[in-house]
Unconditional design. Sequence first.
Length: 736
Amino acid sequence: MTSTTELDITGMTCASCANRIERKLNKVPGVVATVNYATEKAQVRHDEGVGTDDLLAVVAAAGYSAALPVRLPTDVEVEDPTALLRRRLLVCLALTVPVVAMAMVPALQFTDWQWLSLTLAAPVVVWGALPFHQAAWTNLRHGATTMDTLVSIGTLAAFGWSLYALFLGTAGMAGMKHSFELTVQRSDGSGNIYLEAASGVTTFILAGRYLEARSKRQAGAALRALLELGSRDVAVLRGDGVESRIPVEELVVGDLFVVRPGEKVATDGVVERGSSAVDASLLTGESAPVDVTVGDRLVGATVNVGGRVVVRATRVGSDTQLAQMARLVEDAQNGKAGAQRLADRISGVFVPVVIALSLATLVGWLVTGAGAGAAVTAAVAVLIIACPCALGLATPTALLVGTGRGAQLGILIKGPEVLERTRTVDTVVLDKTGTVTTGRMTVLDVVAAPGEDAAEVLRLAGALEDASQHPIARAIASAARERGPLPAVEDFASLDGTGVQGLVDGHSVTVGRPRTPLAPELDHALAEARSHGRTVVAVAWEGRARGLVVVADAVKAASAEAVARLRDLGLRPILLTGDHTAVALAVAGQVGIGAEDVIAEVMPADKVETVRRLQAEGRVVAMVGDGVNDAAALAQADLGLAMGTGSDVAIEASDLTLVRGDLLVAADAIRLSRRTLSTIKGNLFWAFGYNVAAIPLAAAGLLNPMLAGGAMALSSLFVVGNSLRLRGFRPLTAPR
């Protein structure tokens, strides 16, 4: 017998921390664990003999903290965990700017400027970089090195050497200036300070961590948004037939509750009295409302768009389909392994090499007979020169410019780990309703019987349907109103489950489901429309069918071109929908997707399983969707893209948001993400390239301030300039 336990993990600073915790947990017999750095959660399956206290102890022994999650009500405001990091960043930024300015601009180097620089830099290196120092110590205890190790060693080495130079060397003398001579001279380095490097690296990397923390915080927002979809209260029918409004949490299985037109269904249940139409598109993906009557099942959070119904609750709380969808999203997020930062992977090799070279430099100088002071100077110089100033800028600057350009084009990128997943995507799964199609019912055609006027058919139908809130009725009324004013309706009545009737311009008009027999022309049009999965409404007056109105969820104008562009990027498009097969095939044919790549009539859980099946086949999957029913699949996919015009749940569960809701932007989003990732890689190459080239000079004792500070500044400027090139990214199509 096994159990599943979720743990909230704190103290992780990078993906390697998550990997370390995961390895420790999986070493316990009977435990299978997955740790997600992005959501800061661990999903643990364990035998009955392993208790939660044992799991918490394993995480604590690894140097981190864990706790069982506390479920708060959705209306409780949770403190922003990024607030402390934001304050730390702003304070460090205010202190660092003058330090860097004084070091780089000779005109600002007034008498004793170096002591003001020390005063400003000290809080940055000690307090601002404290998270990096703590993480480096934790990693050191476990024999690992990451970006935090590199930052901590580099900043402490630069700051420590500056203290030595100021208090024991010549750098503290009045009138001290940074030397900007081009010649390289052997020196003991006691006249040079590197406070700008120590504080600058700290602030730059804090900025990157803040951006990352903001994107991580969104991981839980999908679940909060999903749970908020449900009703907060419900009208319950008691034994005496009197309605009383109670919080939805107090609803129990077997209770009868009332759902009026326009209201959400409070929980899963069965219709006991009445009939109506229910809009379930957010949960099922069906574009047309579903007619329900006595005995039909309803799902919580769907919207009643027809008449009043009385429903008997069959599932409440965590048993409802909405709650199950929330678990699907959470499981998918926990299962999506966070990509380890490129800088961490490189640092895992680079940092031990730098430390080894520093020790080798110390030993080498001592062996050659140099004094202890010169040997220590050269060894510390290696650490200083390896201080990752440009490295601190490599990811955040490219991300800032790339995301800024994306925002201008209607593309929101959530974080750097998203970019790493775009390069290998080879399959794109497209939701239908609201993604490929408009998500709104639209009149596509009006077919008149012989001798009748199609415009008159639409005018009379629109007048009658104008009194209804049904989505199909609204589509007909809207199309009729666009052609002119609508006549008045008298004696309006709703026919139980079949349509509406009334007196319009002296005609007794009925609008509703087609009934045979029809004229041959209408019968042929009816069969043709239904073969394409479209909804057909018959319009009759004086007892005879005068025409048909064909209604469907129309394909967006740019969808066919968008599918072609996704193919140009090497992606295989697949249409995935909860709608009927005939509808899906018709839409796929219009946008250029073959029948073999159409998967229809699937529930939200099936969408997740479809993505998992494709991943199991070795495919790297991108998912584009907009509805609540897409949220879990968006989270499960290697890359989730949400339409900005869709539900908040889908947006929060995705990695990229297409603000304009235009599928054509999806191709640009993938292109921009790949371009931004390429820029980050280029930045990292040059940032580490600077270190590799400068370390031998530092080991040789050639520590001219112009070489050290100037080269470091130039490498940083190069990284910034390379990132700014992203501003020139051009979309395949300009925003309309």
